[in-house]
Design a protein around this ligand. Structure first.
Ligand SMILES: Nc1ncnc2c1ncn2[C@@H]1O[C@H](COP(=O)(O)OP(=O)(O)OP(=O)(O)O)[C@@H](O)[C@H]1O
Ligand SMILES: [Mg+2]
Length: 227
């Protein structure tokens, strides 16, 4: 790890009951770096992402964000760090069903005490950039999987994060939609100087990143050092 490291994960092990999900995974991400994470279904990609976000703590190994160790922080401190510094696009069920699409996107801003009307304005702008502004007043149950994915990406970007962690963000989109959404994701991360870690099965998405890490049976290859 050096002074330009944003995120550093090393020797991560994580089991769910008797199922090992991670067995010594490591990944280092520099500021503004874009990394594709690939691997077969069940190889541990989502678990790795949740550990990188500090949602899950590993059983062994550790993660630091700008030199701060997650295991030395409380769950509240990690949640606050996530809200302030990160945009997280989860693989499943990421929108709050009771809230409208606009309220979902505005939520991270409201939690950071941004004034209601400014939060709504920003949320609207991001929904428009993702091409789903007309869905602002809909509830998550009333929109398609691809539309929900776009809204979830808007929500991840609305705070101007330093690090975006996205788990198959284009998985429910057709080719044209995936290209469109990736273009927004890349442009948005570039404009706020954010780093991007994307789990993807899509060769074309991976080709647009700076480097690729593959996950196999819970281990990363290459070991994740900066190039
Ligand atoms: N919450 C959980 N409870 C129990 N087992 C889990 C849980 N999350 C993941 N696993 C198991 O851990 C292993 C890794 O799962 P993970 O979701 O990280 O894989 P993945 O690479 O993201 O797969 P996919 O490409 O299908 O999304 C799998 O064997 C999975 O069944
Ligand atoms: Mg997954």
């Amino acid at each position: 790890m050096n002074s330009t490291t944003l995120l550093h994960a090393t020797g991560l092990q994580k089991s769910f009951g008797r199922t090992p999900a991670l067995r010594g995974a490591s990944l280092t991400v520099g500021p503004r770096e874009r990394v594709a994470v690939r691997g077969r279904s069940g190889s541990g990609k989502s678990t790795l992402l949740l550990c990188l976000a500090g949602v899950l703590l590993p059983d062994a190994g550790g993660v630091t964000y700008l030199g701060r160790r997650y295991d030395a922080m409380t769950a509240d401190e990690r949640a606050r760090l996530r809200r302030r510094e990160m945009g997280l696009v989860l693989q499943h069920g990421q929108l709050v069903p009771e809230l409208t699409v606009l309220e979902n996107v505005a939520l991270p801003l409201l939690l950071e005490k941004v004034e209601r009307s400014s939060a709504a304005l920003l949320a609207h702008e991001w929904l428009a950039r993702l091409g789903v502004a007309e869905l602002a007043d809909a509830r998550p149950a009333e929109i398609s999987g691809g539309q929900a994915q776009r809204a979830a990406i808007a929500r991840a970007l609305v705070t101007g994060p330093q690090l975006v962690l996205a788990d198959e963000p284009t998985g429910s989109l057709d080719t044209v939609g995936a290209d469109e959404v990736m273009a927004v994701l890349l442009e948005a991360t570039r404009s706020c100087d954010a780093a991007l870690v994307v789990v993807t099965h899509d060769n074309r998405v991976a080709a647009r990143m700076d480097r690729e890490v593959s996950v196999e049976d819970g281990s990363t290859e290459p070991a994740g050092a900066l190039r």
